[in-house]
Write a protein that binds this ligand. Structure first.
Ligand code: NAP
Ligand code: ZN
Length: 355
């Protein structure tokens, strides 16, 4: 049995997102059925909908920063009951057996790979999964998160499900904390959460940006200052001084400008996944100070819960601009121009009025 869902989908790389109906499964014994209240708009949604990465399956219903209310639960669900406020991030399933899954790092699932909230293989209905730009979703309870924030903040909590965990996980893994100088490259959805979380962890934070007009915001979000990455003198003033740099940029760019700012043994971790490859980085820049360039993918379910609880305890949510779903293409166009302050969030109530 299935239930018809309504949402917005891209039908092809160049086609604008438009209303689309599809089927969701009836809740299985371990499933949670969720009425979606809010869904954040991640740059990955845009990369996928527009076919900028290989492998987009159409129709594509993006959205993996989901907050909603539990409508019903399957017979074997113990963690949730109807009425609970919950979240769903980038994953809805994984093999559960491999070393990464048993370590709680489901995002690195080694057998099947994790099942994406959208554009993944649907394990029950076949075909592919559809994301949160829709009215409801049905998810295994193991991939549903508890939300403790105030109900008035729920729209601003949605971006934590991807932007929050994608920045929290590497900041924790590379042990960012007091006494460290940390750089965040790119002040967009991920970057602004990276600033808030790194500051809450006690680090001294600098933003590297191509947008000088974001300086006041960078400071308000918790950074000491914003360094304009195109200003060679401003960059040179910080040579060899950073313990850790988190690079969230969604476009191909010169990495050497940033590795040169790392101390001996410093690491720059990449989380942005640009459509076109970065120019190959300078090896000399790395070996003469034993610097590293690393990567990091979202975060596991347990760590996502830890991040949500951390953000609640520290009063952290995203800075958002709420939109109606009918305005998604305008939001995408602004995102491409780095004109986002700092995450668009779709109010799914607007689906009812959308054509
Ligand atoms: P976003 O909101 O669009 O922010 C990206 C920021 O990068 C922009 O606001 C801009 O900041 C900077 N930027 C854009 N174009 C640039 C260019 N040509 N040169 C230098 N800087 C540029 O995107 P997002 O949602 O934060 O996502 C960022 C990237 O992370 C995307 O590629 C996304 O797919 C990826 N991602 C990865 C993971 C993961 O698990 N690794 C998870 C989620 C998203 P300034 O104006 O400050 O320069
Ligand atoms: Zn995302």
């Amino acid at each position: 049995m299935t239930i018809t869902a309504h949402g917005y989908a891209a039908q092809a790389p160049a086609a604008p997102l438009a209303p689309f109906s599809f089927e969701r499964r009836d809740p299985q014994p371990n499933d949670v059925a969720i009425d979606i209240l809010f869904c954040g708009v991640c740059h990955s949604d845009l990369h996928t909908a527009r076919g900028e990465w290989d492998g987009t399956l159409y129709p594509c219903v993006p959205g993996h920063e989901i907050v909603g209310r539990v409508a019903a639960v399957g017979n074997d669900v113990s963690k949730f009951t109807a009425g609970d406020i919950v979240g769903v991030g980038c994953m809805v399933d994984s093999c559960g057996q491999c070393p990464s899954c048993t370590d709680g790092e489901e995002q690195y699932c080694e057998t099947t790979g994790f099942v994406g909230t959208y554009n993944g293989p649907d394990p029950v209905l076949g075909g592919h999964t559809f994301g949160g730009y829709s009215d409801h979703i049905v998810v295994d309870q193991g991939f549903v998160l508890k939300i403790g924030h105030d109900e008035k903040d729920l729209a601003a909590v949605a971006p934590l499900l991807c932007a929050g965990i994608t920045t929290y996980s590497p900041l924790k893994h590379w042990k960012v904390g007091p006494g460290q100088k940390v750089g965040i490259v790119g002040l967009g959805g991920l970057g602004h959460m990276g600033v808030k979380i790194a500051a809450a962890l006690g680090a001294e934070v600098y933003v590297f940006s191509t947008s000088p007009n974001k300086r006041d915001d960078a400071r308000r979000l918790g950074a000491t200052d914003l360094i304009v990455s195109k200003d060679a003198d401003a960059m040179a003033a910080h040579a060899n001084s950073f313990d850790f740099i988190l690079n969230t940029v969604a476009a191909s760019h010169d990495l050497d400008a940033f590795t040169a700012l790392l101390k001996r043994d410093g690491t720059m971790t990449l989380v942005g996944v640009p459509e076109h490859a970065h120019p190959s980085p300078s090896v000399a820049n790395l070996i003469f100070k034993r610097r590293a360039i690393a990567g990091s993918l979202i975060g596991g379910i347990a760590e996502t819960q830890e991040m949500l609880d951390f953000c609640q305890a520290h009063g952290l949510t995203a800075d958002i601009e709420m939109i109606d779903i009918a305005d998604i293409e305008t939001a995408y166009a602004r995102m491409v121009k780095s004109d986002v302050k700092y995450r668009f969030v779709i109010d799914l109530a607007s689906l009812k009025t959308a054509a």
